[in-house]
Design a protein around this ligand. Structure first.
Ligand code: ZN
Length: 247
């Protein structure tokens, strides 16, 4: 896919000039790490049988449906490694910029790349919480149970649910506030790998101050392209790697 050099050059200049950068990332940045995009055509949700895997009422009734899915999905997440996009954002932070990342992704690849201000607005798979007593535990400690076909349970007998936001649950409040604040304090907002169709996350760039430029890098057109100062179409890894070397 062709990438315009002019747009990339403008992107580089904006990053160089910005002290506070707020980033919104979506599935498109994790697919190169081997994590499937559930919403893509032909993806997970296009199969009707999967439509309520992430539904909280269904989970409470029978968590085995979710954990049958998790048995296939958890190993992909554990094996996934941060790619050029995650690395580039971590590098900006190491270079002294205030980089705050709101992500729709439930993996922890930003954190593993070294970014420290990450707001997972749809929750995270990194931890799980007992639905009965509220005990929180690292999900990787439950992985052996999940892979052996067990439903992971707490000492109290309750079922562990990953801290992903399921349909029917509220978004994590503090995380959402942090993401909004990151946008409202930014001198540059960068959207990476999301078509901006899932609300309320897609509305986050609207919280940027007037005058803060908006850059969108995505394979497909997005609903905010018209408002953006720079739109770069192309392979995210290639674009971010190039930008990263020039910044
Ligand atoms: Zn418990």
């Amino acid at each position: 896919m062709a990438t315009s050099t002019t747009d990339t050059a403008q992107f580089v200049e904006l990053v160089k000039g910005a002290r506070h950068i707020a980033v919104l990332t979506g599935a498109g940045i994790s697919t190169p790490s081997g994590i499937p995009d559930f919403r893509s055509p032909g993806g997970f949700y296009s199969d009707q049988r999967n439509s309520n895997v992430f539904d909280i009422a269904s989970f409470r009734k029978d968590p085995s449906f979710f954990y049958d899915f998790a048995r296939r999905f958890y190993p992909l997440l554990v094996a996934a490694k941060p790619n050029e996009v995650h690395e580039a954002l971590a590098k900006w932070e190491r270079a002294g910029k205030d980089v705050r990342i709101a992500t729709q992704n439930i993996d922890d690849l930003h954190q593993r790349a070294g970014s420290t201000h990450v707001y997972p607005v749809h929750g995270t798979l990194a931890t799980s919480t007992c639905l009965s007593c509220g005990q929180r535990i690292e999900t990787r400690l439950l992985e052996a149970d999940v892979l052996s076909g067990f439903i992971p349970r707490c000492d109290c007998g309750g079922v562990f649910k990953p801290d992903i936001t399921f349909f029917g649950e509220l978004l994590p409040d503090r995380v959402w506030e942090g993401a909004k604040e990151a946008m409202s304090e930014a001198n540059l907002v960068v959207v990476l790998g999301t078509s901006l169709v899932v609300y309320p996350a897609a509305a986050l760039p609207d919280f940027r101050p007037s005058g803060a430029p908006l850059v969108i890098v995505n394979r497909e057109p997005t609903g905010l392209d018209r408002q953006a100062d720079v739109v770069v179409r192309g392979d995210l890894g290639v674009v971010m790697d190039r930008v990263s070397r020039l910044v």
